[in-house]
Design a protein around this ligand. Structure first.
Ligand SMILES: [Zn+2]
Length: 388
């Protein structure tokens, strides 16, 4: 049972320091600060603000909507929206319909979603009159992949879900001939997850699965480089973060969704999914000394939705709270006894750098990636985050 109440054991190599503008700190191992004490992720935020200035937002939004409509003319759908039942994805769907788009909603069910999340999806798609395409994961296979990442002892052990959703969206877009995938991410409310906390690519997933998993992954395609090139260059599928074209405010979005779509808040940070809840509230803080509230609070501080003082007060008021019953539920659902879980939990923490990834290649190709980002063939955040 010790592993259910474990305490942080992560060694701090450098002296503790917190960004002078947001609340990210040296628990992010890839962080750096400029002379004014502002961190790498605040600078990424400023670059994103330059790319999506609020002053031009109406014009920019209308331009991107026109482009999506034009590409989707004479097709049943002009875009795809991945829905998880959370605020951001449902608001994206709401905004897409409000702007006159004809989206296909795609839902990837990994077997861990809460009933609230599923009900939010049903209500929203019914009321907005949007077709819903559900992709069900092979649950045994998916759990094997989740166990592989936990055994690999890396802090980004929640990426199978994020990656699978990404892959399913691309595959559906390619099959249906849809050119645009709309995301609910916004740097103003969610921030950019540090790469030392969350790293994801197809080569990494394959290597972790080969070393710690079993069988084959069939529920979704693991998008290695040839697939990525095929989708972006041949199929010309583009990703659009629609919420970055508006002054997106969490509180206002909650009110609108609750009023117009009967949307219900699930509580916590991304706790619409029980695996994410187990992972973010228990495993990350206790095993890796990672508190993901810092990413979201930092984003809200930068965009003026929360003050830095309020964010620090929230972090210092209490550590990330977890529900013991969720931890016990997750361990049992993963098919482990508590003893087996303990053996996994107490493994030495590692990082994506201990596995094969595309990161060395990305760094080698930083110049062509920069050009591709300028030409909008790739999202600019890719360069800022991985190659800069
Ligand atoms: Zn900062």
């Amino acid at each position: 049972m010790e592993a259910i109440v474990g305490t942080p054991e992560v060694a701090t190599k450098t002296a503790y320091r917190r960004c002078s503008r947001c609340v990210l700190d040296t628990t992010v191992s890839d962080i750096w600060f400029d002379e004014a004490g502002t961190c790498k992720y605040c600078q990424i935020h400023d670059e994103m603000e330059r790319l999506h200035p609020l002053a031009n937002m109406e014009e920019d939004l209308e331009r991107i909507i026109r482009r999506i409509k034009k590409a989707g003319r004479n097709k049943t759908y002009d875009c795809i929206v991945g829905v998880s039942g959370g605020r951001d994805s449902i608001y994206t769907l709401f905004l897409a319909r409000k702007m006159g788009l004809r989206p296909l909603a795609v839902y990837f069910d990994n077997g861990w979603n809460t009933e609230i999340a599923v009900s939010n999806i049903r209500k929203a798609t019914d009321l907005l009159r949007v077709d819903l395409h559900t992709v069900m994961a092979d649950l045994d296979e998916f759990k094997d992949l989740q166990r592989a990442f936990l055994k690999a002892s890396v802090p980004d052990a929640d990426i199978p879900t994020v990656y699978a959703i990404h892959s399913v969206l691309y595959e559906t877009a390619a099959k249906q001939g849809i050119g645009y995938i709309l995301h609910g991410h916004s740097f103003r409310t969610e921030g950019t997850s540090p790469i030392s906390w969350t790293y994801m690519d197809g080569r990494y997933i394959k290597d972790v699965h080969r070393r710690f998993g079993s069988g084959h992954v069939r529920s979704f395609k693991i998008m290695t480089l040839p697939y990525l090139l095929y989708y972006s260059l041949v199929k010309r599928i583009r990703e659009v973060r629609l919420l970055e074209y508006i002054d997106y405010n969490k509180k206002k979005a909650d009110e609108t969704l609750a009023h117009d779509l009967g949307w219900v808040y699930y509580g916590g940070y991304h706790h619409k999914n029980l695996y994410t809840k187990f992972f973010q509230s228990f495993l990350l803080p206790n095993k890796f000394n990672i508190d993901k509230r810092k990413t979201e609070l930092s984003a809200l501080v930068r965009s003026g939705q929360v003050t830095r003082r309020e964010a620090i007060a929230e972090l210092e008021a209490s550590s990330y709270k977890y529900d013991r019953s969720v931890v016990i539920y997750a361990v049992a659902k993963l098919g482990w006894t508590l003893e087996e879980w303990e053996a996994v939990y107490f493994r030495e923490p590692r990082s994506h750098k201990d596995f094969k990834t595309y990161l060395p290649l990305i760094r080698l190709l930083r110049l062509p990636i920069w050009v591709a980002c300028k030409l909008r063939l790739l999202p600019h955040i890719l360069y800022l985050k991985y190659a800069s």
